[in-house]
Structure formats: C-alpha cells, structure tokens
Design a protein around this ligand. Structure first.
Ligand code: SF4
Ligand code: SF4
Length: 232
C-alpha cells in the first residue's frame, strides 16, 4: 500500500491561511490503513484546524468529508458538486489522490496536500509500516529471493553488498539490516545461492517512461479491421 504521514499542523495552517471555506477531504483506502488520511484522521485534523484558527481569531468554515478512493473517478464524481462549493480542498490522500482529484475537478479548484507521501510498504506490526518497493517497473524479485535490493539496500546495489556491512547491519545506518545479507540468507534458505553468480546489469531507469500508463487488454481500443477480422 501507499504509506504517508501528515504534514505538521503549522505547515497546513500556512497553506490554508488565504482561504475561507475549506474542506478536509479524507481517503478511505491506503492512507486510512496507515492512519494518516482516513475518516478518523480527517475528523481529527478538521477539529484541530478549527481550534487553531479560532485561537488566531481567523474566522473560517472548515468541513470534512471522506470518500473511498481519491484515485478513482467514480468516487470523486459522486461528490463533485459538494467539492466545488469550497474555496480550497485540503486532500489528505496520497500525492496521487491530490493530483487526480484536482484533475477530475477540471483543474479549477485549489487542492492542497495535507500529507507527505512517503513510500510503498507493508504493515510490519500494528502501527509500523516499512518500505518494500520503489515501483521500478522491471521487477527482479525472482533473482533475489523475493527481497528487493533497490529498496532494501541503502545504496540500491544490484550485485551484492558493499564492503561496509557489519554483523548483518548496513554501514549507512547500523540500526538497519543490510539488504544484501538478507538476500543472501533468503537465497541460502531457498537453496538458490547460485543466483548470486549471475551479474545483473545496471538498472535502466529510463526503460520506464514517467508518468507510466497501463491499459488492461480488455480496455485496449479496437480497430475497425480487428472487428471485421473477428467477424469472419
Ligand atoms: S525490483 Fe524492487 S523496486 Fe522494482 S518492482 Fe520489484 S520490488 Fe519494486
Ligand atoms: S551495508 Fe548492505 S545495505 Fe548497506 S549499503 Fe552496503 S550493501 Fe547496501
């Protein structure tokens, strides 16, 4: 899931200062799971902001609303009319949600980010999330025992560890496991240490064009010729 954390209250307040009628827009998916931008957090942030502006004697209307996903047009469309009633929307979705909501609203509405989108990760234990994937677009987990060197090694090394690991810990931060020691141990457990002998070429980050786009085959545009051919 996408993991994010809330921006400091002062930063959010500064962004909202020029606006009078504000909507705090929560997102009920990834950011709700990581307790940063769901319905509960949207409610809490709204109350905090109402109190903070009240203390400043800055009269504002601050409301809250949470939709299931801000990265899906259908959920934004359902509340479009309401969203358009505000001077500014403070979105506490990930960066995708903030951008996409603005896009669906035609780019004519001020959308402000309430969160810092941090990484793609997993829940390690309740309340703790950890990065696992940098969405490189060319997954090599089959070669590394299911552990991503790009994410789990501080230097994103592709062919084994640097010389700095000590007792399984990374030289960049001794509190972190060395990603390549983890990969070695995993491959050993799987009986696949021979995979380490294959030299991996430097990652071609240019191979993925940003912003990337995927169209499911069922949704690919069909040409007239293809329709005719299928009717033969
Ligand atoms: S290689 Fe790592 S960064 Fe790339 S897709 Fe796989 S898990 Fe993600
Ligand atoms: S010590 Fe391990 S994880 Fe840290 S940078 Fe070197 S190889 Fe990567």
């Amino acid at each position: 899931m996408i993991v994010a954390k809330r921006k400091p209250l002062q930063e959010i307040k500064d962004m909202l200062k020029p606006y009078q009628k504000i909507l705090v827009l929560g997102c009920g998916s990834c950011v709700a799971v990581c307790m940063a931008g769901g319905e509960k957090e949207a409610g809490l942030l709204t109350t905090e902001l109402q109190m903070a502006f009240e203390l400043d004697k800055d009269k504002k209307q601050i409301d809250t609303l949470t939709i299931l996903r801000q990265c899906d047009r259908e959920y934004i469309d359902e509340v479009k009319e309401k969203l358009n009633q505000y001077d500014a929307i403070l979105s506490i979705a990930c960066g995708v949600g903030v951008q996409f909501t603005a896009e669906v609203l035609g780019g004519a509405k001020v959308l402000l980010p309430g969160l810092n989108t941090t990484f793609l990760g997993a829940t390690i234990e309740p309340g703790t999330w950890m990065e696992r994937c940098l969405a490189c677009g060319d997954c090599i987990l089959d070669e590394t025992g299911g552990i991503c060197p790009i994410t789990m090694c501080s230097k994103s090394l592709m062919n084994g560890p640097c010389g700095g690991h000590e007792k399984g810990k990374c030289e960049v931060d001794r509190n972190r496991d060395c990603g390549w020691v983890l990969i070695y141990e995993r491959l050993k457990k799987l009986g696949k240490l021979e995979l380490l002998k294959t030299i991996k070429l430097p990652k071609n980050y240019g191979a993925v064009k940003r912003p990337d786009k995927i169209i499911h085959e069922a949704y690919q545009p069909v040409t007239v010729k293809e329709v005719k051919d299928s009717q033969k």
